[in-house]
Design a protein around this ligand. Structure first.
Ligand SMILES: [Fe+2]
Length: 202
């Protein structure tokens, strides 16, 4: 005679309370966005608050630029498809590294870094591109526009951080943000020079 199958309720009853993961918890926020916790890093609260606000704006715009690089990496077209497809992905990776550096600097200052796309969409100052595909000059011009927006924030933020004594934020904005963006702008902008590949002057 075939063995009677065990009922599901029997199986559930066999699991001890110790083995049962407690995944049904109440959501609990432990530090609201916009607040600062104290850390022994020898920086005034005002300096940290100013840097956190600047860095969160840089973070929102860097996440937007990072994602715009992927959009254009995917939606590239034309005779230079392959080189631009690869170049834009390289810049995407470099921007993704900056996102992590900026977000972790905000946390190291005692603040809260924005993280989710909804919040990024609310905060970013970079103009929204269409869902559809744009031509190559438009794609490159959009990226250059976004770079300049972030570079302006970085220059202003670096000066303010220097004046407030936040050397770490000043260094991040200069050594990482500015020094990464400038060569990326150079590489993109050179594609918009209307130079011929071969000269026909014979
Ligand atoms: Fe890819």
């Amino acid at each position: 005679m075939a063995k009677k199958p065990t009922k599901p309720t029997d199986l559930a009853g066999a699991v001890s309370a110790e083995a049962q993961p407690q995944y049904k918890v109440e959501y609990r926020e432990i530090q609201p966005y916009g607040t600062l916790k104290r850390l022994p890093i020898a920086l005034e609260d005002n300096a940290r608050a100013q840097s956190v606000a600047t860095l969160n704006q840089v973070l929102a715009d860097t996440m937007t630029l990072r994602d715009m690089y992927k959009k254009h990496h995917w939606q590239m077209s034309g005779a230079t498809f392959y080189q631009l497809h690869l170049l834009l992905d390289k810049h995407y990776e470099e921007q993704a590294a900056l996102v992590d550096l900026v977000a972790e600097r905000i946390m190291a200052l005692g603040g809260i870094s924005i993280a989710m796309s909804h919040d990024v969409a609310e905060m970013t100052t970079i103009p929204r591109p269409p869902k559809g595909r744009e031509d190559v000059p438009t794609q490159l011009a959009r990226l250059l526009e976004a770079h300049e927006i972030i570079l302006r924030q970085a220059h202003e933020g670096a000066e303010a951080a220097d004046e407030s004594g936040d050397d770490g934020t000043n260094d991040l904005l200069v050594s990482n943000i500015i020094r990464t963006h400038e060569p990326q702008v150079w590489f993109l902008a050179e594609h918009l020079a209307a130079t011929e590949l071969v000269r026909d002057d014979k």
